[in-house]
Design a protein around this ligand. Structure first.
Ligand code: GLA
Length: 767
């Protein structure tokens, strides 16, 4: 790959020294100034709205303009230097017709001097210094006490789809390397920053963000994000943006149920599934993170700064040391939220997930948790395994309760040896039996935790996070191990590695059931103790990475009391996530809808469980299956209680799922009817080759004998004919084949009645 390396565009000059060229005002006449101002004012708010094509290279440096253009198949992103050698975002949106248009889009920092130059200058990676009042990307205190940081261009390098731009403080040898990676096919760009201290003394970093995404200045944007709680994750919220800051964050040590590090900004706040310009982004970090969504009062400039949460953050950077920030992804859709989600899904499958190089479909799983809770033992698990295998299950997972003195949630966490009463001959007989039934075996761990009632805690009380001499708050009767400590990391790696080496375990459900409390780390100097938030996550990542390297066929599920650890950082390391402890099918419709805005259905683990469920609701088994079949299907019911009819239906549904899972997991999702509006939810999946489409429909509760609304499909070929294969007799149109045009314009009518009725229609494209 040819690399372009450039020396500094201009000689560095200290801020107070004489400038190397006359200031801009002296160089320009009044009229020219005005003209430039008008051009800037006209162009900045809307940027360019047309879409088109240009040079194929994904990263280009336009020497004459001092601009870098990052191009995906359908979008452009441009950053450039202003007259002060500061790096600015110039454009982000639909693809530009021509590079030269960007000459008009340059920003001029002096024009907004009344408020603050930065208000309008869209600094790409603003240090906190000078007259900077917006959310900074970097805030430091230098050894001299100086807290002023002004970053200017130093050099750049282009390597294929990657651009690196180095910035440097105007005086001190404090550098920031900004790395951009372009994913052309998925229309996604990744930003990352690395802060390097080349001064002779330590620098304290107080805020280290990954970057800032800017949308065109203007009023009336909408913000969409995901919020929730335990048993109610990924609820979609849409709200108008007003001047000020909206902070989405986690201060809990993991990604969190409460907010997820994903956002979307849509023009006018009126985008829908098919229409409207939507800018979206996500952080790849499973610890304390922060997204600051700002609408600046003077310019109505919407900007989203993201990276490590600066709450309780402090990072002493010694001379020669570097601090890298989490990946921060951004994408743009000119076809609403539906397209934005599909881009994310494709991106995750192609570029993030561990099986990205050799993708395979998720197996149908059985998990014993809701059937047996902590009462696991060999005969009972074998009986469930036998029943699961008959249904067509491919992966049998034993959940909590198999280790230490674990009979309930008061004891045992930390003691990762097999409980001899429950499994007198170890796990081998169970695993062999599961394998003999044609299934892989998986096992639950909660490696980051310890119960005070455990051998581990009795031997190493100091391993639990704490402030010495202060109370240690328990949650679910457990404490958090200080995974930032390398000795703890090595111990946990060792026990997991041993279990995996001695047993044929193909799958780990990696749980994390409480948030941080008293995050003390007394063993390191006080100045370094706040590093615990970041180093903890890095060590968790390292353990997973090393386990995967040593056990290449291992698959991992990320669970954190349900969906508390779902983000693009953990997703580089795990194959699937536990979406929510709430497996009640009607509630799941909403949880799964929100989830699908940011994350691919392929990783969305969804189980069919028993009724009445935790909220007391009972939905029919078919409804429960169809809800779960919209992601990675699992069964979590007590199979001992199922009737012959239940098992027969389950066998049929699992077999149907296997015939559509390639489409569900790796295809394109179209959300047709939202569970947030009206009485029907409908989702459609189209396979990536266009040969199969699957429609899922769920009636919530029928009133006044109203028929379900007609469902117009999307994403089909209007000139093609599709063979229609309904699951049951609820499809009103009885024809065996229908055209794409009919399916998308006339639509399908479903005879859904009563409460929680549901159906599925499979469409197969005929040659
Ligand atoms: C968490 C998980 C559940 C189950 C239990 C076991 O709550 O989310 O799925 O594994 O822990 O204790």
């Amino acid at each position: 790959m040819k690399a372009t390396k450039l020396e500094p565009a201009r000689r560095e000059r200290p801020r107070d020294a004489a400038p190397t060229s006359p200031p801009r005002k002296e160089r320009m006449g009044k009229a020219a100034m005005l003209g430039a101002l008008m051009v800037a004012m006209m162009l900045v708010p809307g940027w360019a709205c047309a879409e088109g094509t240009m040079d194929a290279a994904s990263v280009r440096y336009l020497d004459n303009l001092l601009v870098w253009v990052l191009s995906t198949d359908r979008t452009s992103y441009a950053v450039g230097l202003n007259e002060l050698d500061e790096l600015q975002t110039i454009y982000w949106g639909g693809k530009l017709e021509s590079d030269q248009d960007l000459s008009a889009a340059r920003l001029h920092p002096e024009h907004a001097s009344f408020d603050s130059r930065e208000t309008m200058s869209n600094l790409e990676y603003p240090g906190w210094g000078g007259r900077y009042y917006n959310e900074p990307a970097l805030k430091v205190t230098l050894a001299s006490g100086v807290r002023d940081l002004v970053l200017k261009y130093a050099s750049h390098e282009i390597r294929g789809d990657t651009l690196e731009i180095r910035l440097k403080d105007i005086q001190y040898d404090l550098f920031v390397k900004l790395t951009y990676k372009v994913f052309p096919k998925e229309d996604i760009i990744r930003k990352q920053a690395e802060i390097e201290n080349r001064t002779p003394q330590a620098v304290t970093v107080e805020s280290a963000q990954s970057g800032v995404w800017y949308v065109p200045a203007g009023e009336g944007y909408g913000l969409t994000y995901l919020t929730g709680r335990w048993a109610g994750e990924t609820q979609l919220v849409r709200e108008p943006l007003h001047p000020g800051e909206k902070v989405l964050e986690s201060r809990r040590g993991n990604t969190s149920h409460q907010l997820n590090p994903w956002f979307a900004i849509d023009e006018g706040g009126v985008a829908d599934e098919e229409h409207g310009r939507v800018w979206f982004g996500a952080l790849g970090w499973s610890g304390n993170w922060k997204l600051v969504v700002e609408d600046t009062p003077a310019a109505h400039q919407v900007r989203v700064t993201g990276g490590y949460n600066d709450f309780d953050f402090s990072w002493p950077l010694q001379p020669g040391e570097r601090l890298s920030t989490p990946p921060y992804y951004g994408g743009f859709s000119s076809h609403g939220f539906g397209e934005a989600s599909r881009l994310m899904h494709r991106f995750e499958r192609n570029e993030i997930l561990p099986d990205r190089a050799h993708p395979h479909v998720r197996p149908v799983l059985y998990n014993s948790w809701e059937a047996t809770t902590f009462n696991v033992e060999e005969p009972g698990q074998k009986a469930l395994a036998e029943k699961a295998a008959k249904l067509g299950v491919e992966l049998f997972v034993m959940d909590d309760g198999w280790f230490g003195k674990r009979n309930d949630d008061h004891a045992g966490l930390g003691d990762w040896y097999v409980n001899p009463q429950k499994f007198p001959h170890g796990l081998q007989p169970l695993i062999s039996y599961v394998n003999s039934l044609g299934m892989d075996f998986g096992l639950w761990f909660e490696p980051e935790m310890v119960n005070p009632d455990s051998d581990l805690y009795r031997h190493h009380p100091d391993w639990a996070m704490n402030f010495p001499g202060r109370p240690r708050s328990e949650a679910r009767n457990q404490l958090v191990l200080n995974m930032a400590r390398d000795d703890v990391k090595e111990y946990i790696f060792g026990v997991l590695d041993k279990m995996l080496s001695e047993n044929n375990i193909k799958y780990i459900k990696w749980d994390m059931n409480r948030h941080f409390g008293e995050p003390g780390w007394a063993e390191v100097p006080v100045a370094e103790q706040k590093e615990i938030w970041v180093k903890y996550v890095r060590n968790v990542y390292e353990i997973i990475d090393r386990l995967r390297a040593k056990h290449p066929n291992l698959e991992i599920e990320s669970c954190s009391g349900g969906g508390g650890r779902v983000d693009l950082g953990i997703l580089e390391r795990v194959n699937v996530v536990w979406t929510s402890d709430n497996t009640e099918a009607f509630d799941r419709l909403g949880i799964q809808e929100g989830f699908s805005y940011a994350y691919t259905p392929k990783i969305m683990s969804a189980w069919v469980t028993d009724v009445p469920n935790l909220n007391g609701r009972s939905t029919p088994l078919q409804f429960r299956f169809l809800v779960a079949m919209q992601g990675a299907l699992g069964v979590g019911a007590n199979l001992n209680k199922w009737t012959a009819e239940d098992s027969a239906l389950a066998t049929r549904m699992i077999s149907t799922y296997k015939s559509i899972r390639e489409t569900v997991q790796n295809g394109n999702l179209y959300r047709l009817f939202s569970p947030r509006q009206g009485g029907l939810t409908a989702n459609q999946y189209v396979s990536s080759d266009g040969k199969q489409a699957v429609l899922f429909a769920f009636l919530h509760s029928q009133q006044y004998l109203r028929p379900a609304p007609t469902i117009c499909l999307r994403g089909l070929d209007e000139n093609a004919t599709y063979r229609v294969k309904p699951l049951d007799d609820k499809l009103v149109e009885k024809q065996e084949a229908l055209s794409g045009a009919f399916l998308m314009r006339h639509g399908l009518n479903l005879d859904l009645t009563g409460d929680y009725d549901s159906t599925l229609v499979i469409l197969e494209r005929m040659e």
